[in-house]
Design a protein around this ligand. Structure first.
Ligand code: HDD
Length: 698
């Protein structure tokens, strides 16, 4: 029973504690009327209809039911792999015509811009997982060409774990959280992953990459991308050649260090998503060059591995890249779900001028992606979702199905027909043609002998790394294998490492405390010594730029207000981003008395978020920081993560407190000359020579 007090006079609406008029802006002021999905204007979006103001909710409330029902159905199945991702729009433009190697329309004319949508992703974690686990990154590009969509669905690593799609569900089940316990999330450091890998010698080359710095990228903007498989380029004459696709970031390739990755994951789980968003948002558009390695069957036959084997790469020193053009990402999505979540990439989305090879992994993918979109996006019309729709005309006689959004007209929905002479027809002249490659052989389930060398390229990769990069691989293996509670798996992995490189095995065995315990493994093919490929190293290709990097400046009250603008100007000239960190978010007052607002409070802006740091403290302002863990760790971490640290002389006590040992990367700044010295040092990125004094194996 409603109390007397709660009863509204007849014909009037009961006044509740939360009426729209009291606490919210209503449509009568400035905005448009809120409506139901049927367009019915809604008068009250805060309260459901109840029987009496404190009584039960009425089933009649169709507005409540519509709202809750829609909410209940908001989620779609997340991607079975690559669930966590970030997208961006942009365009691709060729440098010159590539008509000599392919008839693909979007590669013919240097004036032609082709719209693209890109999605970067991690592989193992769920949609809400951290951005910086040790993992492969997806690098998927949808080109909306005039001849249909071309999806180049690649990774930031040029090889893969397995050679045959038959094994894909197994490798994915092994790396994902273990099925009984539901953990670990977004991590390969667990028993099932290494169990599978220890039994899969073909994974060893990929494991070298996955344990390298490539698996902890600094930014999506600083990642290379690879089509991985061998594809085909088809010439207008119908002749075809093999092709491998490469993306090269103009900001250079860069990684963080592992201890930093773990701390970033706590400080900012959205580190990569935020970085990409913010860069595009402020007009700092990331760019990549698209390069190709093109070669014919005769050249393929001279290589000492099979180009159909996706666990192998062709060193650039053997077949150099030809740069075809540039991709620029210049627009953030308007809606994460509608675009980044619903974008549907399929390696089978191909255009005239490009074809597949017989790589068995690629062949399996040609089936899998379309299949997965049907369950994820709920039916066969997912190509009508705006982010998936081709920008060129799309016409055929496919009809109906769930979520049909268009209204095809006419009585003819078949072909051939004579009733609709202007309806679409097949086009032998310009239509897609599969290159006529001769194929013979018995029907059989058998891996080709030409795929059997599992260690030579793993060794080649390891030997192509600089010493710090080799140390990182060793320490990543030691870290991961130490999380495997079954000794037998660790012993097997040590056995594989022996075939890759004795010194790598020795370092990892020693770090695990398992020297002499490797299990003897007989390789299918004896590994060979291949010449190193310096192009595979990230450090060797360090571009030495601050562009696109972020510098954190820690200020305290009384900071040198004359130096700050000079420092900021010098960094902005380098096209770096500058962030101000102060003990309090309200900011700090300079020695001129003016207040400088902070971008981060010290507790929320640890140095792991920046590529280089600068301490702009006053002697007095420094004092409280000496007993402040967040401040000491800010400096200690910057040093441990090999960053260049600039500082004013007054910051010295904090450096001492953080056990910073002066070296070429610790730069005192007091004048124009020393400021220039700081910028020069910071340009070089990390100080790798500092690392051995801090960590035994990287
Ligand atoms: Fe895959 C997603 C890349 C092998 C099956 N894959 C997916 C994505 C990328 C790749 C970048 C995310 C696309 C996006 O952002 O939406 N996958 C690769 C690469 C591979 C590879 C470079 C080896 C060279 N994948 C592979 C195999 C299979 C799949 C062998 C199955 C036989 N991949 C899928 C999938 C996904 C997927 C299950 C999950 C969501 C999706 O497709 O759209 O179908």
């Amino acid at each position: 029973m409603a109390s007397k007090k709660q009863k509204a006079p007849a014909g009037k609406v009961a006044k509740s504690v939360n009426t729209p008029a009291e606490t919210h802006q209503t449509a009568s002021e400035s905005s448009l009327a809120l409506t139901t999905n049927q367009g019915l204007p809604i008068s009250d979006n805060q309260n459901s209809i109840t029987a009496g103001v404190r009584g039960p909710v009425l089933l009649e409330d169709f507005i409540l039911r519509e709202k809750i029902t829609h909410f209940d159905h908001e989620r779609i199945p997340e991607r079975v792999v690559h669930a966590r991702g970030s997208g961006a729009h942009g365009f691709f433009q060729p440098y010159e015509s590539a008509a000599d190697i392919t008839m693909a329309g979007f590669l013919q004319d240097p004036r032609k811009k082709t719209e693209v949508f890109v999605r970067f992703s991690t592989v193992a974690g769920g949609a809400g997982s951290i951005d910086l686990p040790r993992d492969v990154r997806g690098f998927a590009v949808k080109f909306y060409t005039d001849e249909g969509n071309f999806d180049l669905v690649g990774n930031n690593i040029p090889v893969f774990f397995i050679q045959d799609a038959m094994k894909f569900p197994d490798v994915v089940h092994a790396v994902k959280m273990e099925p009984d316990r539901g953990f670990p999330q977004a991590a390969s450091a667990h028993a099932t992953f290494w169990d599978f890998i220890s039994l899969t010698p073909e994974s060893m080359h990929m494991i070298m990459w996955a344990m390298s710095d490539r698996a902890i990228p600094r930014s999506y903007r600083m990642m290379e991308g690879f089509g991985v498989h061998t594809f085909r380029f088809i010439h207008a004459t119908g002749e075809s050649k093999f092709v491998k696709f490469h993306w090269r970031p103009l900001l250079g390739t860069a990684a963080v260090v592992w201890d930093e990755a773990m701390k970033i994951s706590g400080a900012d789980p959205d580190f990569h998503r935020r970085d990409l968003w913010e860069a595009i948002d402020k007009g700092d558009f990331p760019e990549w060059e698209l390069g190709v390695q093109v070669f014919d069957e005769a050249t393929a036959a001279t290589l000492d591995f099979d180009v159909l084997d996706p666990t192998k790469l062709i060193p650039e020193e053997v077949i150099p890249l030809r740069m075809l053009g540039k991709m620029i990402l210049n627009r953030n999505p308007d809606n994460h779900f509608a675009e980044t979540e619903q974008v549907a990439f399929c390696p089978s989305h191909i255009v005239p001028g490009i074809g597949f090879s017989d790589d068995p992994l690629l062949q399996g993918r040609l089936f899998s992606y379309l299949d997965t979109q049907l369950i994820r996006l709920g039916g066969p019309n997912f190509h009508q979702i705006p982010v998936n729709a081709p920008r060129c005309p799309m016409r055929n006689f496919q009809r109906d199905g769930l979520h049909q959004m268009s209204v095809p007209k006419g009585r003819v929905a078949y072909e051939p027909n004579s009733l609709a002479p202007s309806a679409p027809r097949e086009c032998p002249m310009h239509g897609f043609r599969t290159p006529p490659v001769e194929t013979t052989g018995e029907r059989l389930r058998k891996r080709s002998e030409t795929f059997a060398d599992h260690y030579s390229q793993a060794r080649q990769f390891f030997r192509s790394m600089t010493p710090p990069e080799q140390n990182h691989i060793a320490s990543a293996l030691a870290f991961e294998l130490a999380k495997v509670e079954f000794k037998g798996i660790r012993r097997k992995m040590l056995g594989h490492l022996l075939h890759i490189e004795q010194s790598l095995h020795d370092t990892v065995a020693d770090a695990l405390g398992m020297a002499g315990e490797a299990e003897a493994i007989t390789p299918a093919v004896e590994p060979r010594d291949l010449p190193p490929s310096p192009a595979l190293s990230i450090i060797a290709k360090n571009p030495g730029i601050l562009k696109g990097r972020k510098v954190g400046i820690l200020v305290t009250d009384g900071f040198d207000a004359g130096l700050l603008p000079k420092l900021q100007a010098a960094l902005i000239k380098e096209k770096a981003t500058v962030a101000i960190i102060a003990p309090k978010i309200g900011g700090a007052s300079g020695d001129d008395g003016a207040l400088l607002e902070a971008d981060f409070a010290l507790s929320g802006g640890p140095s792991v978020l920046f590529d280089s740091v600068f301490i702009l403290a006053s002697a007095e302002g420094m004092k409280p920081l000496l007993g402040e863990a967040a401040a000491v760790n800010w400096v200690r971490d910057a040093f441990a993560h090999l960053k260049v640290i600039g500082h004013v002389p007054a910051a010295q006590p904090l450096l001492l407190e953080a056990s910073v040992v002066p070296d070429a990367g610790v730069v005192p700044v007091s004048d124009k000359k020393s400021l220039a010295a700081y910028v020069k040092a910071a340009r070089n990125g990390r100080l790798w020579e500092r690392e051995p004094s801090l960590r035994s194996i990287g």
